[in-house]
Design a protein around this ligand. Structure first.
Ligand SMILES: CC(=O)N[C@H]1[C@@H](OP(=O)(O)OP(=O)(O)OC[C@H]2O[C@@H](n3ccc(=O)[nH]c3=O)[C@H](O)[C@@H]2O)O[C@H](CO)[C@@H](O)[C@@H]1O
Length: 360
């Protein structure tokens, strides 16, 4: 029987890689040959290159900058070069399907797939599609959404709402291991802090200013981001991490409440694991405002409370976390209405159909 081949792409931030990490083991187990196209330097290289059974290929890529820079002039040429490189890789590796999680590196890959006649499937994480996915959509066969409301922004004939694809292992965490990883006890509730995959300077700083008040109520597991740990801060009940990989499931299991940015993948993980959350979405001054829309859609469903970045101070943070603690049981009841199991299997089914592989 002919071996099936799949090519994954996506990168720039972990939010554009994590879903690929959830799908790759499934295809590897079924004997598919797996390729990945990412950038030279992006986080995708660190997360993917070391995986068994995945061939990583780096291509030239542009970047979306929201400020004036000489680099903006070079970007179209980099994207063209990346498209040619991706075209060559696709020609050589001959995947039957391409799966994209978005981010700028994915655009040349989807264009090259179209030029080679290889069907591409895009999964959009956010409530409103990002620029990279908007550019890539005309060249793709299927565009899948995480939020049901995103369907209004997608081309009708290609779009399907599937939901959030979540790594299976996140449901297998061990609370006791999570507590001992942080040096915590059962005595106080655990507040887990995640400022997106890169960490958030603003959240880190405000949390650190509020440690006195917060530590009287909570033990705090703080994921700060690469190079953002402050080792001068040594307190009982306060544990800092740069980025957590395999241990994340145990940290999730030990968390009673979460303070987080509102990246789509992260908030759906908290929802699926029924963790009451306070979201501080990335402001419009630093982004296209996607996290604000993500966060408010969760608030409307009573899955989260929201504190806008412009209103984030030490006092407002402590106050909002105390409110969250009180409201947690009700929020968990609302979260019980959400069911996440279907997304992964439906995405796999769509990919296989696009690849021309029979599904049962
Ligand atoms: C600054 C920026 O551009 N942010 C965007 C980026 O966020 P970002 O890259 O932060 O992505 P998400 O918040 O969606 O997901 C982060 C992922 O990283 C994982 N994780 C995080 C920390 C850690 O230590 N270990 C770990 O495994 C989380 O469990 C989650 O699966 O992509 C999201 C999805 O398109 C967007 O909604 C965000 O607006």
């Amino acid at each position: 029987m002919k071996t099936s081949r799949i090519l994954f792409t996506g990168g720039g931030t972990a939010g554009h890689v994590i879903v690929n990490l959830a799908l790759i083991p499934v295809f590897r187990k079924e004997g598919w040959k797996i390729d990945y196209i990412g950038s030279e330097q992006g986080i995708e290289r660190r997360l993917i290159e070391s995986l068994d059974g995945v061939a990583y290929h780096a291509v030239s890529t542009g970047k979306l900058r929201r400020y004036l820079s000489k680099e903006n002039i070079k970007d179209p040429f980099k994207v063209l070069k990346g498209t040619f490189e991706a075209w060559r890789i696709i020609g050589k590796r001959k995947p039957s399907v391409v799966f994209s999680k978005g981010g700028f590196v994915s655009v040349p890959v989807i264009v090259a797939a179209k030029l080679r006649g290889v069907p591409a499937v895009i999964h959009e994480s956010d409530f409103t599609p990002g620029l990279a996915n908007k550019l890539a959509m005309p060249f793709a066969e299927h565009v899948l959404s995480t939020f049901p409301e995103t369907m209004d922004y997608l081309p009708e004939k290609k779009a399907e709402y599937v939901g959030a694809v979540i790594r299976n292992e996140l449901f297998e965490g061990d609370k006791t291991r999570g507590l001992s990883l942080c040096g915590f006890t059962n005595e106080k509730p655990v507040l887990m802090i995640m400022g997106g995959s890169g960490g958030s300077e603003k959240i880190n700083q405000t949390v650190r200013e509020s440690l006195g008040s917060l530590l009287s109520e909570f033990q705090i597991a703080h994921i700060c981001g690469l190079n953002k740990v402050d080792s001068s801060l040594q307190h009982d009940g306060y544990a800092q991490f740069e980025y957590v990989n395999d241990d994340l499931k145990d940290m999730f299991a030990s968390a009673d409440l979460v303070l987080s940015r509102a990246g789509a993948n992260a908030i759906f993980e908290f929802l699926a694991l029924q963790k009451p959350m306070l979201l501080v979405p990335l402001s419009r001054s630093a982004s296209r405002g996607d996290q604000i829309i993500n966060a408010h859609s969760f608030k409307e469903k009573n899955y989260a409370n929201v504190l806008e970045e412009e209103e984030l101070t030490s006092e407002s943070l402590v106050q909002a976390l105390m409110t969250l603690k009180k409201q947690a049981p009700v929020m968990i009841d609302h979260m019980k209405n959400y069911h996440s199991e279907r997304a992964r299997s439906r995405v796999i089914e769509i990919i296989k159909e696009a690849a021309g592989v029979k599904t049962n």
